[in-house]
Design a protein around this ligand. Structure first.
Ligand code: GAP
Length: 509
């Protein structure tokens, strides 16, 4: 086999098609037409997701001495969300198109005045994209041409709908119809899903599906301090589902309405060097993403501008990932001061303090919060790992292969066990024995159907790092070796059972 060559840039269509074809991810309730913003993870998807969670939990909690775990309930006392500010402020600005009934997030709907010879002659609009300004410029040129307006067109200045003046709203065309007059002014839309607890369906029974897991850690802070033998600095970590009624769920599982978060609240002394701690956590998170196979070239950092931070926030940095649809937030690392604990102390009446042995005084710890979505990581590893390649077989024939270059740490199947021929009982017996032994510890797959090349391709497409073939050399030559075929290089070599287990031990952790 020759060195593979990539054939094209990765497209989201190709990722979505692979996810459906190979059972990673399905649209929720598909047979009823689907439910926008909700997804189901199929047999390979659950394995991949579980591996991402397990790697995070092992590295974040089990392999550290300063972080403990928590699993808090999804529905919490409604006062939690008043204290946290979510009831009043967890909103997105929403714009409706009264004609098409489409809804837009105002900060994702852009417009620009078309200015010719210093005069505003109309407006154009576009949804946020990689090239919003370019698209608006093109639309402005088309507008001028169609209306046969003479004069010098000024370069457009893109603004989002939250910046539109009241008198401009009626003049901005809806992206759905292309005509002005149907867009509403932006209004606040609370993204929490409401439900009722108990038999009564009145205002007193209203509660919420949590929009983040973080509040569980703050509300249980005293419980953990009183029972967990923890000392500052220490963290409480949680993995679990969160729910947000997103106005525009999009980009497959990137922004959905039900998703999973992995969050950690790292509590530090009020006088600690929060800036250093913040930077240390940003680097820890970056290194962790590299450890599960994301390429450094796809990662970047974005510091939120000071003027856009909440008043209590000392700083937020996002680790960004280059998805096929643009560079987007993957992991937020926020320095939140002591705002959350103070809010819960105020609303519950229960002090959220720690006793400082050195000063003999009580104080409220500050917190650094790395918060990431499991689904966003999963999408990132699929996008970074996916490739369509042209490879040459032994006879020099060019063929196509789709490959998912997933790290062995997270690959849903670690090894495929393949007897060369299914009608040779001596090969099958050894293969089945090896399969049984491997599956006590690892996710492995046994496949005896079809020619060996096709079986390799099937495994390439689901990201299996290694295939082990039991062939005639296994039984005929001393040493009982198998053929180990490596996914990325497609190189083959002989390996003993002990060497195979050693390889797995080293690479799957
Ligand atoms: N406790 C802080 C917090 O929840 P966030 O930036 O709103 O902060 C943290 O969310 C992470 O959760 C994001 O960086 C992203 O990875 C993930 N996330 C947020 N909203 C999401 C959505 N609608 N769908 C998928 N993942 C989401």
């Amino acid at each position: 086999m020759s060195t593979p060559t990539a054939t094209a840039e990765v497209s989201m269509d190709a990722i979505v098609a692979l996810c459906k074809r190979r059972g990673f991810i399905f649209q929720s309730s598909e047979i009823y037409g689907g439910l926008n913003g909700f997804f189901d993870y199929g047999p390979l998807g659950v394995e991949l997701k579980k591996n991402i969670r397990d790697c995070w939990w092992n590295d974040m909690v089990r392999r550290r001495d300063d972080i403990v775990g928590l699993e808090s309930s999804i529905i919490m006392h409604p006062k939690v969300w008043e204290a946290s500010g979510h009831v009043a402020g967890f909103t997105d600005p929403l714009v409706d198109c009264k004609v098409s009934k489409q809804r837009y997030r105002a900060d994702q709907l852009f417009f620009a005045a078309v200015i010719v010879d210093g005069q505003t002659v109309g407006y154009v609009s576009a949804l946020e994209s990689e090239n919003t300004a370019g698209e608006l410029q093109e639309k402005a040129e088309t507008f001028k041409r169609k209306k046969a307006i003479q004069g010098q067109l000024a370069p457009v200045v893109a603004k989002d709908m939250t910046e539109a003046k009241p008198e401009e709203i009626a003049l901005i065309p809806s992206p759905a119809t292309g005509e002005p007059g149907s867009l509403t002014p932006p209004r606040s839309f609370n993204m929490m899903f409401e439900t009722y607890v108990g038999a009564l369906r009145d205002a007193s029974a209203i509660s919420y599906l949590r929009p983040e897991t973080a509040q569980g850690m703050f509300v249980d802070f005293k419980n953990v301090v009183d029972t967990g033998r923890v000392k500052l600095p220490f963290g409480i970590a949680q993995i679990g589902k969160s729910f947000r009624n997103e106005i525009t769920p999009r980009n497959f599982i990137f922004r959905s309405r039900e998703f999973e978060q992995m969050e950690m609240e790292y509590f530090i002394h009020e006088d600690a060097d929060w800036d250093k701690c913040h930077k240390d956590w940003i680097e820890w998170c970056r290194q962790w993403l590299l450890s599960i196979g994301l390429p450094e070239s796809h990662l970047s950092l974005y510091s939120h501008p000071k003027e856009k931070l909440a008043f209590y926030s000392k700083g937020t940095v996002d680790i960004m990932f280059k998805y096929p649809f643009g560079v987007q937030e993957l992991w937020g690392i926020a320095a939140r001061g002591n705002y959350d604990l103070e809010q819960h102390a105020k609303h519950s009446g229960v002090p959220q303090v720690i006793f400082d042995e050195a000063t003999k005084k009580k104080f409220t710890p500050h917190v650094i919060e790395p918060a990431v979505g499991v689904d966003r990581i999963l999408l990132a590893v699929l996008c970074a790992g996916y490739a369509e390649e042209e490879v040459k077989d032994e006879k020099g024939n060019v063929e196509k292969r789709t490959v998912l270059r997933l790290s062995p740490r997270i690959a849903p199947v670690k090894v495929a066990v393949l007897p060369l021929l299914k009608n040779k009982p001596e090969l099958v017996a050894i293969a089945q024995k090896l399969h049984a032994k491997l599956k006590r510890k690892y996710a492995v797959f046994y496949d005896e159907g079809g020619n060996i090349g096709r079986r390799y391709r099937r495994q390439d497409e689901i990201g299996t790092p290694w295939c082990v073939t039991i062939d005639f050399e296994t039984i005929e030559k001393p040493g009982a070796t198998f053929t180990l075929r490596e996914r990325d290089s497609m190189q083959q070599k002989r390996i003993t059972e002990a060497e195979l287990f050693a390889l797995l031990e080293e690479q799957v952790y």
